[in-house]
Write a protein that binds this ligand. Structure first.
Ligand code: ZN
Length: 301
């Protein structure tokens, strides 16, 4: 393993910003995996370290570059964005070597991830729990790669995260297979989901031929397009009490949770599934305002 500093940026009154890459193997095929682009999304950081420990003991047929943390200053301070100017590194691509700090970091990260298959790992927000999922376009090589990962959800969708100002969009602009992986919630270490993401990444490395692990295939619960996912929002503010958890199967009409008065607990609203499916997103922070996302239910495979 090679632990390489791929970029540094001096900081006004602390150690310089340092972007580190762990590199394994040599030659092709090439895979780059990034986490911690958002400083408070920690499941991916742990997942990449689990992958690193597996790769240290494996014989590789190809090259794997792991970048477990990009927004190191945000990680220090528990913030999603770059703390100095509150910019989102994931909106700064393709970056600029003469630009602001986040633009320089974006430029260096894109340069350090020149691989045939690229993966960017995120968590949900600190308020929301997400099933482990690979988000990919409707068609193309990424769909097969996402299914090979065997995470509980494959979500084929156009739209957000595909614009070239985001890392996944910037990779696609370059013509490489790019996957956007999401699992768990921000500001939390979820050991089960970190392990699921790590296993998915090892299956991906097996699929592209870098590893020859005999891994069990993962169980895909949902393989959906946007139309296959129902969104349930709050109609009123209050105290959200879930009745189901991420990964549960529900029938149409099943009680997903209730919104209650914060003081006294009187029922304000019942939220019921409008179709049968699997709970893939759950609001985990109980205090909600009107029109906030509470639950997503997706059609099972
Ligand atoms: Zn994120």
């Amino acid at each position: 393993m090679r632990d390489r500093v791929v970029f540094q940026l001096s900081a006004p009154y602390r150690e310089p910003y340092t972007l580190r890459a762990l590199e394994f193997g040599s030659g092709g095929p090439t895979v780059a995996i990034v986490a911690g682009l958002h400083g408070n999304e920690l499941n991916g950081v742990h997942a990449l370290n689990l992958v690193a420990s597996a790769l240290r003991m494996a014989r590789l047929n190809g090259t794997v570059t792991l970048i477990p943390v990009v927004n190191t200053f945000g990680l220090d301070q528990g913030t999603k964005r770059w703390p100095i100017d509150d910019n989102d590194i994931n909106q700064a691509f393709p970056g600029d070597p003469q630009g602001s700090a986040v633009q320089r970091i974006a430029f260096a990260l894109l340069d350090a991830t020149q691989a045939e298959v690229c993966v960017d790992v995120h968590s949900g927000s600190p308020l929301v729990d997400e099933i482990c999922q690979a988000r990919v376009p409707l068609t193309g090589r990424e769909v097969g790669l996402a299914r090979a990962m065997g995470l509980p959800m494959v979500w084929r969708r156009e739209g957000d995260r595909l614009e070239a100002t985001g890392l996944v969009g910037a990779w696609r602009e370059r013509g490489v297979a790019a996957l956007h992986v999401v699992g768990g919630r921000g500001a939390t270490l979820d050991l089960v989901r970190s392990r699921q993401i790590a296993d998915g990444l090892l299956r991906l490395l097996t699929e592209v031929g870098v590893l020859r692990f005999g891994m069990e295939p993962g169980k895909i619960l949902v393989d959906a397009t946007r139309r296959g996912v129902a969104y349930h929002y709050s109609s009123f503010g209050g105290f959200w009490v879930p009745e189901v958890a991420v990964g549960d199967r529900v029938a149409a009409g099943h009680l997903l949770g209730t919104i209650n008065e914060v003081v006294g607990g009187s029922l304000v609203e019942e939220v019921r599934a409008d179709r049968a499916g699997v709970v893939v997103t759950m609001r985990s922070y109980p205090v909600v305002h009107a029109r906030e996302l509470l639950v997503r239910v997706a059609e099972p495979t």
